[in-house]
Design a protein. Structure first.
Ligand code: NDP
Length: 333
């Protein structure tokens, strides 16, 4: 697979370049950036042969089969639509867009063009989340009553840019982390949240955008979800708990980019540690994407999943800002 990177980003540097090159002899031909200087240095550091600030130049290159978009959030939609129009397959970072309508438009455009379009929700690719999903689906915890997800982290200094001060670029903890939690909950429970209530705030880092949020979601089955996301919690750890009529699952330290954390299942029979696969989450996401391009199955998280995680996150933001319960608007999906 011949790739172009759209966005010379930290996530590309830290995880995705390795993942794209690891699958099916992946080859990165281009990096597209907004800054010639940054692009040149990024390309040199990562041994990428060509760099440009003009996306159209890359899209005119017939050798490029797929693009990985990891620019700031407000750019995703236009870059994806242009790539789709040029017949490229697109793996797009979350959140797909700034509005549900834009995200729906991206998915519809990809479908009409017959290209593969996916959202880079890495957590559903982890062995730990798959193990939790497997226990739920096995019935061992009975009917799910509630799910608590805590994803309050400390944003490292090198990421404390647009995320904490630029609403126009899609900053704020809700588009950054609540979207991931929404995708996890949908993946684990196989249901889409119906409505949400929420409180958001600034707890030391945000400037013009929220850096912390807590919300409660109503699920169609009657289960309740409680979610906590923040940029300002150095020692909180992360994890999720799923509580059912016959047992509870405690997955500690699993809301991560690396395969780590522990899972414990507690039932009337006692406590047991649950093993899981330690494969690389991002490699798995790229593998599923490449398979889908080759006609083998679906991406791990497709465009609809990206629309739905965004819809939940935006409902959480609306609920926090309005102080009312908000129904999740999935844009017809
Ligand atoms: P960064 O802040 O590292 O990069 C975003 C953009 O900022 C780059 O594309 C680049 O713009 C510009 N930029 C970065 N560094 C420099 C520099 N030194 N000089 C000039 N410009 C610079 O973003 P992240 O990697 O943190 O996030 C990118 C996207 O990926 C977001 O949409 C985010 O939500 C998503 N993400 C997803 C994760 C996941 O696990 N799925 C994890 C982390 C992020 P340009 O390319 O236009 O020059």
């Amino acid at each position: 697979m011949h790739w172009a990177l759209v966005g010379a980003s930290t996530i590309a540097s830290d995880h995705m370049i390795n993942a794209l090159r690891s699958v099916d002899d992946g080859w990165i031909d281009w990096v597209v950036t907004g800054s010639v200087l940054h692009g040149d240095s990024f390309a040199k550091t990562h041994d990428i042969p060509k760099t440009t600030t003009d996306l159209e130049v890359v899209l005119a290159d017939a050798a490029v089969q797929a693009v990985y978009i990891s620019s700031t959030n407000e750019k995703h939609c236009a870059q994806a639509l242009a790539s789709i129009a040029a017949g490229k397959h697109v793996l797009c970072e979350k959140p797909l867009a700034m509005t549900v309508a834009d995200a729906v438009g991206m998915v519809q455009a990809a479908s009409a063009a017959g290209v593969t379009f996916a959202t880079n929700h890495h957590l559903r690719c982890s062995g730990s989340h798959r193990a939790v999903q497997g226990i739920i689906n096995s019935g061992r915890i009975g009917r799910v009553l509630s799910l608590r997800i805590h994803h309050a982290v400390h944003l490292p200094p090198h990421l404390q840019g647009w995320r904490i001060n630029d609403a126009g670029a899609g900053g704020g903890v809700i588009p950054d982390i609540t979207v991931h939690d929404a995708d996890c909950v949908r993946f684990l429970l196989g249901q889409d949240p119906v409505s949400v209530v929420a409180q958001s705030g600034v707890s030391g880092m945000g400037a013009g955008v929220e850096d912390s949020v807590m919300s409660v979601w109503a699920m169609p089955s009657g289960a309740m979800v409680m979610a906590h996301e923040s940029f300002t919690h150095p020692f909180a750890g992360s994890g999720l708990e799923v509580h059912g009529t016959l047992g509870s699952i405690f997955a500690r330290g699993v809301m991560t980019q690396a395969p780590m954390g522990e899972i414990e299942l507690v039932t009337a029979a006692g406590r047991e540690v649950v093993p899981y696969s330690g494969h690389n989450l991002y490699v798995e996401a790229v593998r599923r994407f490449a398979d889908a391009v080759a006609g083998r199955g679906q991406p791990a998280a497709d465009g609809r999943d990206g629309v739905k995680s965004l819809a939940v996150a935006l409902a959480v933001r609306d609920a926090a800002l309005s102080g009312t319960r908000c129904h999740v608007n999935y844009g017809g999906f």
